[in-house]
Design a protein around this ligand. Structure first.
Ligand code: NDP
Length: 379
């Protein structure tokens, strides 16, 4: 029985992870469940899955959570520090990092230092501090199992002993793939939130529309698979059937295909190295009339270019980029800035905040704070 701590159990990834656990009760147990504000859903999940521990990050909801679960033998904690503590529990075998944004960094580091296997959905962790995270994983001999569908696909294509020549990272292109620069200026939040193929949390959906998400994934792929940016090619593939590909040095290309359903990569990470049965929808090749591929346009989708720039720069630059994006993404969702302003705010913040190299966790925390402060002045 693998006991799993789900950081962010009330989110899109978290709830799908609980579906996987519910379908495999003899293999997996939800040992820790956590949320930020959605206390009602956390209560419902706790009553159904009966975890050992629940944590609500926003302490304002603590009393409600505690009272609602007082008839059950579940430990109830609150606050950001509690997230870092609960992942260290001796009984936890694996931590699913499914919180959104920079907030996922500290609990993930805490879990690595406690030698827990990490199933990583929270890509911002690797974007911000890929160098530190991969170093710690090596030091503590911790497996870092990708949950992001593209990285799970690449992981499934790997061949031990055979080096990767190139990663072909597929991208749906998002809802604005065919919009020109003029049209992009006036897109609305509801248009941006309507992703053509994936149903995800709001922040990553906006990141997908701006292609910042694909930029993040380039950086994530660099750290996970130790491949330089010039060997990571983004391929726009609107049907989202091929989840990504690996080209080997003899020219052979391997791809992983499947329906766009995040339960599959979650389950793969949970059960790795085994594959489990599932009743998820199968691909019907006779329905796949057109699988198309395009080059990404980094002029209209500038965030993708900024991610390559941040990776080339190194140090804390991707941390600056991530912080500015979190502020700009939120401001767009709150109807404070237009869509095209997102990339401008990120670029200006990257030009302004001090660069640092040889970064520690403290450097990243400090950089994140400064970059957020500066990005806010631009709004
Ligand atoms: P959601 O917004 O749906 O869920 C985020 C989860 O994190 C919720 O449980 C939320 O709690 C919790 N949370 C948010 N902020 C904090 C905080 N400050 N402290 C503690 N907990 C917090 O996001 P997704 O599930 O869509 O995405 C999660 C991560 O997975 C992201 O990094 C995303 O990029 C990545 N990812 C997501 C995919 C998807 O299909 N959704 C695909 C690939 C990667 P509450 O509900 O209470 O707000």
């Amino acid at each position: 029985m693998r006991k799993i701590a789900i950081l962010g159990s009330t989110g899109s990834i978290g709830t799908q992870a609980l579906d996987v656990i519910a379908s495999n009760p003899e293999l997996f147990e939800a040992y820790v469940l956590t949320a930020n504000n959605n206390v009602d859903l956390l209560i419902e999940q706790a009553r159904r899955f009966q975890p050992e521990v629940v944590v609500i990050a926003n302490e304002m909801h603590y009393d409600k959570l505690r009272r609602a679960l007082s008839d059950l033998p579940i430990k109830v904690y609150a606050g950001a520090d509690a997230l870092c503590d609960v992942v260290k529990d001796d009984n936890v075998d694996m931590v699913l990092a499914a919180m959104v944004g920079f907030a996922g960094l500290k609990p993930t580091i805490s879990a690595i230092k406690a030698s827990k296997a990490i199933a990583l959905a929270n890509k911002e962790t690797l974007v911000v501090a890929g160098d530190l995270i991969t170093r710690l994983c090596r030091q503590y001999r911790v497996p870092l199992l990708p949950v992001d569908s593209e990285h799970s696909a690449i992981f499934q294509c790997l061949e031990p002993g055979n080096a990767i020549e190139k990663i072909l990272l597929t991208a749906s292109g998002g809802p604005f793939r065919n919009y020109d620069a003029e049209q992009l200026k006036s897109v609305s939040k509801s248009q941006a939130l309507a992703h053509p193929t994936w149903n995800m949390g709001a922040k990553i959906t906006i990141d997908s529309a701006s292609m910042m998400n694909k930029g993040f994934e380039v950086i994530e792929a660099h750290w996970l698979f130790d491949v330089d940016a010039d060997r990571i090619q983004v391929v726009v593939h609107p049907q989202s059937v091929i989840h990504s590909m690996v080209q080997f040095r003899d020219g052979a290309v391997k791809a992983q295909l499947g329906m766009p359903d995040m339960r599959l990569p979650i389950q793969y990470a949970f059960a790795y190295p085994k594959r489990l049965d599932s009743d998820y929808e199968r691909l019907d090749f006779f329905q796949l009339h057109d699988l198309t591929f395009e080059k990404p346009d980094t002029t209209r989708f500038r965030c993708l270019k900024l991610a390559y720039d941040a990776l080339a720069e190194g140090g804390n630059m991707a941390c600056i980029m991530n912080a500015a994006n979190e502020i700009a993404n939120r401001a767009f969702i709150d109807d404070v800035i237009p869509f095209t302003r997102i990339a401008e705010i990120i670029e200006q913040t990257m030009q302004h905040v001090d660069k640092q190299f040889d970064c520690s966790l403290e450097t990243y925390l400090d950089t994140d704070r400064k970059a957020r402060e500066y990005a806010r002045t631009l709004i």
